[in-house]
Design a protein around this ligand. Structure first.
Ligand code: FES
Ligand code: FES
Length: 154
């Protein structure tokens, strides 16, 4: 079937099998490998993308269901220069191996759009569907809060 999904602002049309998952559409049809696959069972959040601004696990959605919608992947964060989240994850050691990082940053982006100054608990709630095996989460929380402050100009 033919689907058109707007990925990072660009309409992408492809003929795909109806059973193709959104994460496979992004990674194999479009070659955008910043969206990771960890568990493939909706558990780890490595495959998180924004669908019309809301974080979703792209291993659990058919690409056909995204037809006509807007998807943002980690590749869409940088706009000429690094996004404040990318800068703050680097500055605050919010990543080690980086496997969870695209999902964490996109969840952070969605959170900061509605709440630019989240508390620790609010960040932890927002990232509760995303697993990190390396950092212990503290620096991820700090990174998302620091990005919010940078976006607000504090
Ligand atoms: Fe989608 Fe783990 S790969 S939640
Ligand atoms: Fe390695 Fe999070 S930085 S899984």
């Amino acid at each position: 079937m033919k689907v058109t999904v707007t990925i990072n602002g660009t309409a992408q049309t492809a003929d795909i099998e109806p059973r193709k998952l959104l994460v496979d559409f992004i990674r194999t049809e479009l070659g955008m490998t910043g969206t990771h696959i960890g568990c493939d069972t909706t558990s780890c959040g490595a495959c998180t993308v924004l669908l019309d601004g809301t974080p979703i696990k792209s291993c659990t959605m058919f690409a056909a269901s995204a037809d006509g919608h807007e998807v943002q992947t980690v590749e869409g964060l940088k706009n000429g220069e690094l996004h404040p989240l990318q800068v703050s994850f680097k500055q605050n050691h919010g990543l080690q191996c980086g496997f969870c990082t695209p999902g964490m940053m996109l969840v952070g982006k969605a959170l900061l759009e509605s709440n630019p100054s989240p508390t620790d608990d609010e960040v932890r709630w927002a990232i509760s569907g995303n697993l990190c095996r390396c950092t212990g989460y503290t620096n991820i929380v700090k990174s998302i809060q620091a990005a919010g402050a940078a976006i607000e100009g504090n």
